[in-house]
Structure formats: structure tokens, C-alpha cells
Write a protein that binds this ligand. Structure first.
Ligand SMILES: Cc1cc2nc3c(=O)[nH]c(=O)nc-3n(C[C@H](O)[C@H](O)[C@H](O)COP(=O)(O)O)c2cc1C
Length: 178
């Protein structure tokens, strides 16, 4: 699939069918994620693959009752190992790089899922401490996103996106070209 097609047509999907997602498909998503760039190639990402109903239900609660999480046959929780990033780059690694690195990995995953005909939603609204407890995540590893993965049961409208003109500055900030 053409990369531009995937970038433009991927949508956040919040309703899933009961159709299964295979282990091989999950593996391909994680494989896509791990090819993302990362500061100093530290690759501070880790992935928790959840299929069990009990844990999914507790993730729904941690994520402010976003119940569609539970509908997805697989939920991938993406974590950032802050210890590795801060060892490499101090406070910049801790507060910036490990989040940028994992965000790049997440986007790779979302695009790969779309290319496989799967649907995803990047969920950032959740109580980290609650997710940490549910998933037994150790101190120094930060859960950064919950990604339900399944087959789409809806076709979301294309959301409005800012125009290129609105977001580009020429040479210095604030300089727009008519
Ligand atoms: C960091 C981040 C956090 C997000 N958190 C949530 C969330 O908690 N729940 C949700 O339904 N969507 C969440 N989204 C998805 C956005 O709402 C969605 O990407 C946006 O509306 C644009 O739609 P699109 O993904 O279809 O282009 C999040 C997206 C990002 C990048």
C-alpha cells in the first residue's frame, strides 16, 4: 500500500466487530513499530499485548470508561522505558526523547494496522497509575498509550485538518506567504 494513502485514510476507529486478530498480525504491528526512529537508537519502547477480558475491562476503567477498548480483540499498551532514555540523554531523554520515540513507534503501528485492514485508536486519556497496577508495570517504565486493535465496525468521517498555510512559517516564525 502506498504510504500516502495510509497516512491520509487511516482513521481513529471506536467500534470493533468480534472478528479475531491473529498472533501473526499482532507480530507484524509490533515489527512495524520497532522500525521507528529513536534518539540514539535507544528504542525505549515496550509493548504489552492484552487479549484477556478481565484486564481489558480494567483498562476501560483506567481509561475513563472508554468502553470500546473492550470490544477490540487485542489491546496493545505501549510503554516507554524512561530509565534507558535518561541513561542515554539525562532529563531530555526522560522528558522528551522517550515520548517522541514511542510516539513514532505508535504511528508506525497505526499505519501498519491500516495497511492490514485493521482498525485502531490511539488512546492517551487514562490514569497511568491505574494502568500501571493492572499491567504490573515496574517503576521507570511509563505506559504512554493504549491501542485497541480490531476490525472496524464503523467508518468514521474524515476529521477537519489544518491547512498547510495555517501551520507553515517561512524562514522565521510568523512569516507567512500569501
Ligand atoms: C496523544 C493522543 C491521545 C489520544 N487520546 C484519545 C483518547 O483517549 N480517546 C479517543 O477516543 N481518541 C484519542 N485520540 C485520537 C484522536 O481523537 C484522533 O486522532 C483525532 O480526533 C483525529 O482523528 P483521526 O485519528 O481519525 O485523524 C488520541 C490521539 C492522540 C494522538
Amino acid at each position: 500500500m502506498d504510504v500516502f494513502e495510509a497516512i491520509k485514510n487511516r482513521r481513529s476507529v471506536r467500534a470493533f466487530t468480534r472478528e479475531e486478530v491473529s498472533e501473526d498480525e499482532v507480530k507484524r504491528l509490533i515489527d512495524a513499530a520497532r522500525w521507528a526512529p529513536s534518539a540514539g537508537n535507544i528504542q525505549p519502547w515496550e509493548f504489552i499485548v492484552v487479549r484477556g477480558t478481565k484486564i481489558k475491562r480494567r483498562l476501560v476503567v483506567a481509561a475513563l470508561d472508554q468502553t470500546f477498548i473492550e470490544e477490540a480483540p487485542v489491546v496493545v499498551v505501549v510503554c516507554a522505558d524512561e530509565r534507558q532514555s535518561s541513561m542515554g540523554y539525562g532529563s531530555r531523554g526522560l522528558t522528551l526523547y522517550c515520548l517522541q520515540d514511542t510516539a513514532a513507534a505508535i504511528q508506525n503501528m497505526l499505519l501498519a494496522a491500516y495497511a492490514l485492514g485493521l482498525a485502531t485508536c490511539w488512546i492517551g486519556a487514562f490514569y497511568e497509575e491505574e494502568a500501571r497496577q493492572v499491567l504490573k508495570i515496574p517503576f521507570g517504565v511509563r505506559p504512554v498509550a493504549i491501542i485497541p486493535v480490531g476490525h472496524p465496525a464503523e467508518k468514521p468521517n474524515t476529521p477537519p485538518k489544518k491547512s498547510i498555510r495555517e501551520i507553515v512559517h517561512h524562514e522565521t516564525y510568523g512569516r507567512k506567504i500569501a
